[in-house]
Ligand binder design. Structure first.
Ligand SMILES: Cc1cc2nc3c(=O)[nH]c(=O)nc-3n(C[C@H](O)[C@H](O)[C@H](O)COP(=O)(O)O)c2cc1C
Length: 347
């Protein structure tokens, strides 16, 4: 598939594996890049030595384009920004702030720059500053979140800028990918979907929690402190919500938040922040990164060949004959020519 995003990034599929702090390391990023998407090493909160090691390690696993992510609220962001110019990195994505002061330096180092934004105003500003593309991330997503939902944000951002837009937040399969393209995007970024792939090194208990989650099992902590984060409901989230609006409990809150993602990543899925998006509700199987990318692309491509009427037929089949549809999607035959059995139920 060729879009402005695949051309810009030099990849085969317009699918970016979203950075996941303490989780998306060399192994996951290299597997995604090797499979034709863009793998992104998360640098947020990581020592600079670790970043250099991970980039070098990923390079032993793939020679395809590779990304790194800078969390701009990270105190070492300026040093990290410089380091990335010296490392073998093709793309930088940024989160939690404005990368204004670094964009010129990265572009001089021939690095593509894709800031994550949560509003059309931010997107316009990033375009003016020279960003190569925009990642518009809706509040459904896991990790740090804004206010607008993907469904409203993506078309608003697409109306606001001329550079390509990548949709993030709530995309986990071909249906989501096609929907993102219908809203105006030219690529997608997925985080939660990649949490459960074989190459993801997060603790097994974390994967199980995501696989077992329902659509309503996420919650946002930290709104009152100005750092809203979407995670799965657990003891940590309940305690956080209880104390976060009480000024008298600031020290207690600080203690609870400190190292909360690290605790979850190493397997404490009750005491830590199990960051994941609402789409965890439809992530119910383990796959390899390559299967995720191939399956998502094939399903989106196939559904895109249908008229709305035929799409409705496919949607009815999805409920009545899910296995049949999946087989046909994998085999690449046209589900649009398949008829819904008369009297079929949606159950
Ligand atoms: C566990 C976790 C950690 C994340 N950490 C980061 C991060 O360090 N930097 C960043 O820019 N985005 C981060 N994100 C957001 C993802 O890169 C991605 O945009 C988001 O997960 C997309 O939404 P989805 O979860 O619905 O797929 C994180 C998301 C998750 C689930």
């Amino acid at each position: 598939m060729r879009t402005r995003v695949t051309e810009l990034l030099g990849v085969e599929a317009p699918i970016i594996q979203g950075a996941m702090a303490r989780i998306s390391d060399a192994r996951l990023a290299a597997a995604v890049s090797e499979a034709g998407g863009l793998g992104v090493i998360a640098c947020g909160g990581a020592p600079l030595d670790w970043v250099s090691e991970q980039v070098a390690e990923a390079r032993t696993m793939t020679d395809k384009p590779l990304g790194a992510n800078v969390m701009l609220m990270d105190p070492q962001a300026p040093e990290l920004a410089k380091l990335l110019c010296e490392l073998d990195i093709d793309v930088v994505t940024t989160g939690a702030g404005s990368p204004a002061e670094f964009i010129a330096m990265w572009k001089k180092a021939d690095i593509r720059v894709l800031p994550v934004v949560a509003s059309a105003t931010q997107a316009r500003r990033m375009e003016r500053l020279g960003a190569d593309a925009i990642i518009a991330e809706g509040t459904e997503s896991g990790g740090h979140v804004g206010e607008l939902a993907t469904m409203a944000l993506v078309p608003a951002v697409c109306n606001a800028v001329r550079i390509p837009v990548v949709a993030a937040g709530g995309v986990a399969d071909g249906r989501g990918m096609l929907a993102a393209f219908a809203l105006g995007a030219e690529g997608v970024q997925c985080g939660t979907r990649f949490l459960t792939v074989e190459e993801c090194t997060v603790a097994e208990a974390y994967k199980q929690k995501v696989l077992g989650a329902r659509d309503s099992d996420t919650i946002v902590t930290g709104r009152d402190s100005g750092h809203p984060v979407r995670c799965l409901k657990n003891r940590f989230a309940r305690e956080a919500r209880k104390i976060e609006s009480d000024p008298a409990r600031a020290a207690e809150r600080e203690h609870l938040y400190s190292g909360s993602l690290a605790r979850a990543v190493s397997g404490d899925v009750e005491g830590g922040s199990v960051m994941a998006g609402q789409v965890a509700g439809i992530v119910s199987e383990r796959k390899t990164a390559a299967d995720v990318i191939a399956g998502m692309t094939a399903e989106a491509e196939l559904l895109a060949t249908c008229s709305l009427e035929k799409l409705a037929t496919v949607n009815a089949l999805r409920n009545t004959q899910r296995d049949l549809l999946n087989t046909e999607v994998v085999q690449g035959s046209d589900p649009c020519t398949t008829h819904v059995p008369t009297g079929g139920s949606n159950g």
